[in-house]
Design a protein around this ligand. Structure first.
Ligand code: F6P
Length: 742
């Protein structure tokens, strides 16, 4: 609309200017004509009275003079007449102009001396009047007096105002007419064809190929459309061929690889793009205040570690909260960008949240409520009504963002985690045909624990809007089925592992998440390891590593206490071992997390003071975010890696470490409360709460013979090679596709 107006505005200005100038000339002409008319009338009246006035003045007949001037009193327009003597004094005047005397009438003397008539517009009080003065002379042509005819001119100005009004109405009518005509023409010529073309593209993009009608036009747009149609056709043909090829490939390959997953997605989802939703985005643009430069970083998140390789291999759209402070600078008009930035393999669509939304939905309900509720770590969950409202609002906001992206036929949505328990149902309300899967990346507690949440009914109801819900391990699936059975009006089918609620069936399955085993293949790894040894003065010490977000579920404090006990109990290792803790600050606006950071700082300081001998300290605490490329050399270097989570859905650090241990000399110490412990049985299992046992396990790991290390690590590497992230994603896609077919 604004553009149309900008286009029409100059035309309107020119037309209005022309009309105003013409109106002005017309008004001037009309004014002159009316005043001329007035003068003629006044002159005729004055000349008609001339003889009578001469007699009156010569005979000083005041009675006749009054009679004469009073005749004007009854005229319909405001008129009057004044008779002056030869000195210019008023002899008689019409009663309604009785106070005419008060007016400054210098012109009377001028007419008397020039003996020439005079007509002019005069101002008297609030009136504008026309005065015509005629000298009255005797036979010798000497002045005996004057006649002044006075006319009210208000009707002249009324006429002129009317003319102006008419002109204004014509200008307005013309402006409207021009606007309508030009808009109509512009719409016909430019907007409609562009809209048709846009609609055509939209349908093509959404996959509504049966609705596509040929775009027949002979102009430039028509040519453009026909070119696009050709490209679209080739693309469709190519996709079909790829999908057939894909089916063949899946049958041939045993091991799940990037290419097998790509083939599966092409065969099962085909033209429809995979749509992934998570709170955390895979690439964040943040301003590094120290160097004053914007950096693109990959957040420390299990979801990102697992799903980025999947999306890289299959393409699609990932919808997530744009939480980087410079994120807005890198998106297009639809809030999208191609990622990874250096090699665009899929689309990231960023959803913007206000501070209030982020505080209520993310920090509040998701991380102070659901997170401690699902992790058994004795941190009290907090449920606030305001947080819950924000959580609902943000789920709705994401539902709208997702629905906008869905193709016309059989859309495929893959939701991540506890941030979006309501999303599945919301999407289904708008697109019942969508295949929706939710993967729960954290543990699921038993029904008694889950029922603490005041909103458990709405949450379960929202989750059961999905077709498939995935957990890392069977134990969490069982807990979920128990919860649905006990807390909700629903039927649990223990044969099919599904929950039926109001005719909707949701399948529950375990899909152990994993990593891409090839992701640890870094160039120049040996050089990076040497550099680390030099930078941190590690010499030939045994390196014990810990890598995580600073979170109370990760058991960092318990680990530090165990390291302390290990050094206390086995002081011979003080000079021989060094413990490196990489810790990325996380959810720092939550008090529990803030306090935990302080607690860890203090503990590190205390242990270093207690066990240091000279300059060498047993603990190296690296408190910042490390990129994947930065972490890989640490994994490869570490002789021992400790994962001591108090409770964890899976834990991908354990798997990343195994993937990076190419020479197989590393030992993994793994908490028995992680999902990973069920698969990685060759790790040294610990109970992180048992400090004594934990300290002894560190000793056995450090002392483990090379042969045993290799045997254990090889076994774990085999598991990860097979149960990799491509198998995880492939199983979910295949399961969901099969469920939707059945
Ligand atoms: O698994 C839970 C999870 O949401 C994962 O995405 C990730 O491992 C971690 O928590 C990240 O937390 P956040 O996105 O809150 O930093």
């Amino acid at each position: 609309m604004r553009k149309i107006f900008l286009f029409i505005l100059p035309i309107l200005i020119i037309v209005a200017l022309v009309l105003v100038v013409m109106g002005f000339l017309q008004v001037r002409f009309e004014e002159e004509k009316l005043l001329d008319d007035l003068e003629r009338k006044a002159r005729a009246v004055a000349e008609g009275m001339e003889l009578s006035v001469r007699d009156i003045l010569l005979t000083h007949n005041l009675r006749n003079a009054r009679y004469l001037v009073e005749k004007f009193q009854h005229r319909e327009r405001r008129q009057g007449c004044a008779i002056y003597d030869k000195e210019g004094r008023i002899f008689a005047v019409t009663e309604r102009f009785a106070d005419w005397q008060e007016k400054d009438r210098a012109y009377i003397q001028e007419v008397l001396s020039a003996l020439a008539p005079r007509g002019a517009v005069e101002q008297f009080k609030e009136y504008t009047l026309y005065s015509y003065v005629l000298p009255v002379v005797d036979e010798d042509n000497k002045a005996v007096g004057l006649i002044e005819i006075i006319h009210d001119t208000s009707y002249v100005f009324k006429r002129l105002t009317e003319i102006w009004k008419r002109i204004s109405v014509s200008v307005a009518a013309l402006v409207i007419l021009i606007t309508v005509i030009v808009s109509f023409i512009q719409k016909q010529i430019f907007i409609l064809p562009v809209q048709q073309l846009t609609e055509w593209f939209y349908q093509f993009q959404k996959g509504e190929t049966d609705k596509l009608r040929p775009f027949v036009r002979k102009d430039e747009l028509g040519r453009l459309a026909s070119e696009v149609e050709q490209v679209a056709l080739s693309l469709r043909v190519a996709r079909k061929a790829v999908s057939q090829e894909a089916e063949k490939k899946i049958r041939q390959e045993d091991l799940w690889t990037e290419s097998k997953l790509r083939s599966l997605v092409q065969a099962k989802i085909g033209e429809r793009a995979l749509c992934v939703v998570s709170n955390r985005e895979p690439y964040m643009h943040v301003l590094d205040k120290e160097v004053g430069r914007i950096q693109c970083m990959r957040p420390a998140s299990g979801v990102v570690t697992a799903l980025d390789p999947v999306l890289r291999s299959c393409g699609g759209t990932w919808i997530a909260h744009g939480s980087g402070d410079a994120d807005k600078k890198f998106v297009n008009s639809k809030d999208k960008l191609g990622v990874p930035p250096e090699d665009n393999r899929y689309i990231l669509k960023r959803v913007w949240l206000s501070k209030e939304e982020e505080a209520g939905y993310y920090y509040g309900f998701a991380n102070e409520g659901l997170w401690p509720l699902c992790h058994i770590t004795h941190t009290r969950p907090v449920f606030r009504e305001t947080d819950w409202r924000m959580y609902q609002k943000v789920n709705q906001k994401f539902a709208e963002a997702v629905v906008e992206e869905l193709p016309a036929k059989n859309p495929f949505v893959f939701i991540q985690d506890y941030h979006f328990t309501l999303l599945g149902k919301m999407i289904k309300e708008k697109r019942p045909d969508a295949a929706v899967a939710l993967f729960w990346h954290i543990p699921w507690p038993n029904p008694e624990v889950f029922s603490i949440c005041p909103y458990y009914k709405e949450i379960l109801d929202g989750m059961l809007g999905c077709d498939l819900i995935g957990f890392h391990v069977q134990y969490h699936c069982n807990n979920f089925l128990d919860t649905a059975n006990r807390l909700l009006e629903s039927r649990v089918d223990t044969e099919k592992f599904s929950v039926v609620r109001a005719d909707k069936e949701t399948f529950v399955r375990a899909f152990p998440i994993s990593v891409d085993p090839e992701s640890a293949d870094a160039a120049d790894l040996a050089a990076s390891i040497d550099k680390l040894r030099k930078d941190y003065e590690l010499g030939d010490k045994t390196v014990i590593l810990g890598v995580e977000r600073i979170d109370y579920t990760k058991g960092i404090v318990e680990r530090l206490l165990a390291v302390d006990r290990f050094l206390e109990k086995y002081p011979q290792y003080k000079d021989k071992c060094v413990f490196i803790q990489i810790a990325a600050p996380s959810r720092t606006h939550i008090k529990r997390y803030h306090d935990l950071m302080g607690e860890i700082d203090e503990l590190v300081e205390k242990i270093n003071w207690k066990h240091s001998d000279g300059a060498a300290k047993p603990l190296i605490y690296l408190k910042r975010h490390f990129s994947t490329d930065e972490v890989i050399p640490f994994y490869a270097l570490a002789d021992v890696c400790i994962v001591s989570s108090l409770h964890d859905g899976m834990n991908l650090v354990a798997k990343e470490y195994v993937a990076a241990q190419k020479d197989g000399r590393g030992v993994l110490i793994l908490s028995c409360f992680t999902g990973a412990a069920r698969e990685l049985t060759q790790a040294v299992a610990i109970n992180p709460y048992s400090t004594e046992e934990f300290a002894d396990s560190i000793k056995s790991a450090v002392e483990m013979p090379v042969e045993e290390r290799r045997r254990r690590m090889e076994a774990m590497r085999e598991i990860i090679k097979e149960n990799n992230v491509y198998r995880w994603a492939g199983s979910i896609v295949a399961e969901l596709a099969a469920l939707k077919k059945a």
